[in-house]
Design a protein around this ligand. Structure first.
Ligand SMILES: Cc1cc2nc3c(=O)[nH]c(=O)nc-3n(C[C@H](O)[C@H](O)[C@H](O)COP(=O)(O)OP(=O)(O)OC[C@H]3O[C@@H](n4cnc5c(N)ncnc54)[C@H](O)[C@@H]3O)c2cc1C
Length: 340
């Protein structure tokens, strides 16, 4: 996202990315959901972030000649009477985005369910499996991507200059996801990493027009007839690998929820760069003013990244302020302890 806005503003840049496939961007469903949680609360900055993301993904899709984004509806299956009540209460408060489905049998050809459904609308799916390789290939074709691990021992940060191997730059910005937690400049930030997993299934009889949500989510994937199903949130983990426990519990849940046949074709896992305050980390280091960060996207990279990448580029160009809850300025006291 950052490189998209740098390119759009004719700023010269080089991306260094090792192309690791166990990253959350590769494991994500790509959902943008305007509401969250049991109490169906509208997400942070929904009215600015979501329309902005929609515009950006559509522009990227046109530029790359791919379908980068689909606008869709989430069918919310109430898992129990309390969740139904909670949804109805929210609806009675004239909440945005949600509606009750009156026809109780609406989805009964495809799912087992007892307590009815609501809808969340509009929601979006970013087709990351198409978008990420397409943008990567574009950067390779313009010689703006070095597909290597970043080597901190080759980085020299001077007051007004960055030198990395044979690259001379004005600034360096780290968008290194969970590796930010080990980044010598930013490891003191309050990351709260958590691991998540997903199964990719083939379910050719399931309509691909919706996202389905109960205790887990089923979202259509780019390949027709395939769906992403997940996820879990594990704070105590030893590695970023798929676990047999997730696979068996998810298969069991799918067997009891779905009426149509399905087959598991892949199992993904990755660690999310989440933060204690559930807000991103955006901006420049208080001591090393040419060293920046765009990270901490947590569970919502698809909706947050376009808006905050744009804010960071506007900040570079025009010194415009970054949203204060996202600006790492709020952690300047902690970051002031970074010393080399
Ligand atoms: C199972 C799962 C499901 C999810 N579903 C959704 C969803 O539906 N919607 C949503 O909005 N979010 C979702 N998320 C969260 C979302 O994936 C993240 O918020 C987002 O991907 C973070 O993107 P990022 O670019 O900051 O980090 P990453 O995706 O980790 O990208 C960082 C990049 O930096 C590279 N890198 C790091 N260190 C180095 C180094 N030293 N040298 C070279 N390269 C390096 C990595 O290889 C990687 O390519 C999900 C996450 C998981 C795990």
């Amino acid at each position: 996202m950052l490189s998209w806005f740098l390119a759009a503003n004719d700023i010269d840049f080089t991306v260094i990315d090792n192309g690791n496939i166990n990253t959350p961007s590769q494991a994500a469903a790509g959902l943008i959901n305007p509401v969250t949680g049991r109490r169906v609360v509208t997400v942070w900055l929904d009215d600015v972030i979501i329309p902005f993301a929609e515009k950006v993904y559509n522009e990227m899709g046109s530029f790359l000649n791919i379908n980068a984004l689909s606008k869709t509806t989430i069918i919310d299956f109430f898992p129990n009477p309390f969740m139904r009540e909670s949804f109805l209460k929210k609806l009675s408060q004239q909440a945005l985005y949600i509606n009750l489905v009156e026809d109780a049998n609406y989805m009964s050809s495809y799912f087992n369910y007892e307590f009815g459904t609501g809808t969340i609308d509009p929601a979006y799916i970013v087709h990351l499996q198409k978008l990420l390789p397409a943008w990567r290939n574009h950067l390779l074709s313009t010689n703006q991507l070095i597909s290597d691990p970043f080597d901190f021992s080759s980085l020299v940060v001077k007051e007004n200059k960055i030198v990395y191997k044979d690259i001379n730059a004005d600034q360096i910005i780290f968008c290194d996801g969970v590796q930010g937690n080990n980044n010598p400049y930013f490891s003191l930030l309050p990351f709260a990493l958590n691991k998540g997993e997903a199964l990719i299934i083939e379910a050719p009889d399931l309509p691909p027009d919706y996202i389905y949500k109960k205790s887990m989510t089923i979202a259509p994937f780019a390949e027709p007839g395939t769906f992403w199903t997940g996820t879990n949130y594990i704070w105590d983990f030893e590695d970023d690998l798929p676990t047999p426990t997730f696979r068996s519990t998810t298969e069991q849940t799918l067997k009891s929820w779905l009426k149509v046949p399905f087959k598991v074709i892949d199992h993904k896992a990755a660690v999310r760069p989440a933060t204690i305050e559930r807000r991103p980390f955006v901006g420049f280091h208080p001591l090393y003013k040419n060293v920046g960060i765009l990270n901490g996207m947590g569970t919502k990279g698809c909706s947050l990244a376009p808006y905050f990448a744009h804010q960071l580029v506007e900040n570079i160009l025009h010194k415009t302020p970054i949203e204060k809850d996202a600006d790492i300025e709020r952690h300047s006291r902690i970051l002031a302890r970074t010393a080399f």
